[in-house]
Design a protein around this ligand. Structure first.
Ligand SMILES: [Fe+2]
Length: 240
């Protein structure tokens, strides 16, 4: 397991990489003042995550979900049951989530708070119907809506490549300096910024819907090679 910590004014972000069968990245937000923790998309190792937070002197009070996929949610019920944590998910994702515990739906532009730390919700449908991102001071947590020089597929229930194109246009509005954190480490590097991705991520570079659809469908069909490093728009267009 690889572990990284990023320190901000009100919170720390800890990330465990390559967890479980699908090598998920698990994100923890630790609010300094309240000693509370939000865990994002917990899967595979409920007890390990609870212990990790407790050993640092924090209580998991919140579970923030980006989307319903099993590899992002399979430890949610167990953690919620053991800690009493409140579960937050995008309102349009509710029909796809099969959790036993109650959850609180959020919509685009809402804020979720953890002590003195705030995250703004950005609706990012496409990988799933109701996927959301969490924009915090200095960092954005995107689930599978973006990967480093790539992005998630649109092939599971609720996926929609046209909506995914419009999501990319929304994500391009995020400030260049914001660090991007994804649900999986599939690129050739781990740390990146939105500015770096806007300059070299094929999914963000493609500037018309038809090309984007051709690109994403081509990858799903195995006709186009999934990118793992920076490309220019010309290089991406040449792959179509
Ligand atoms: Fe996913």
């Amino acid at each position: 397991m690889k572990l990284q910590t990023f320190n901000q004014k009100t919170y720390s972000l800890d990330i465990m990489y390559h967890m479980g069968a699908y090598e998920n990245s698990i994100h923890f937000i630790f609010d300094h003042d309240s000693k509370t923790c939000a865990i994002i998309d917990p899967a595979w190792h409920a007890d390990l995550f609870i212990e990790y937070a407790n050993n640092k002197g924090y209580q998991i009070t919140d579970i923030w979900l980006t989307h319903w996929h099993y590899d992002h949610t399979n430890a949610v019920d167990e953690i919620a049951k053991k800690t009493g944590a409140k579960i937050t998910a995008g309102i349009n994702e509710l029909p796809y989530l099969t959790l036993k515990q109650d959850l609180t739906p959020v919509k685009n532009g809402d804020s979720v708070t953890l002590g003195h730390t705030t995250a703004v919700i950005i609706n990012t449908p496409g990988h799933t119907a109701g996927g959301i991102c969490y924009l915090l001071d200095g960092h954005i947590l995107v689930g599978d809506s973006l990967f480093v020089y790539g992005a998630g597929h649109c092939t599971m229930p609720g996926g929609n490549v046209h909506k995914f194109y419009h999501t990319m246009q929304v994500l391009k509005q995020v400030d260049d300096a914001i660090m991007l954190h994804c649900g999986h480490d599939y690129g050739y590097k781990i740390n990146t910024t939105m500015g770096e991705q806007k300059a070299g991520n094929a999914y963000l570079l493609l500037d018309n819907e038809a090309d984007f659809v051709r690109f994403v469908d081509g990858i799903s069909q195995g006709i186009i090679t999934y990118p793992t490093e920076a490309l220019s728009l010309k290089e991406v267009q040449a792959m179509l």
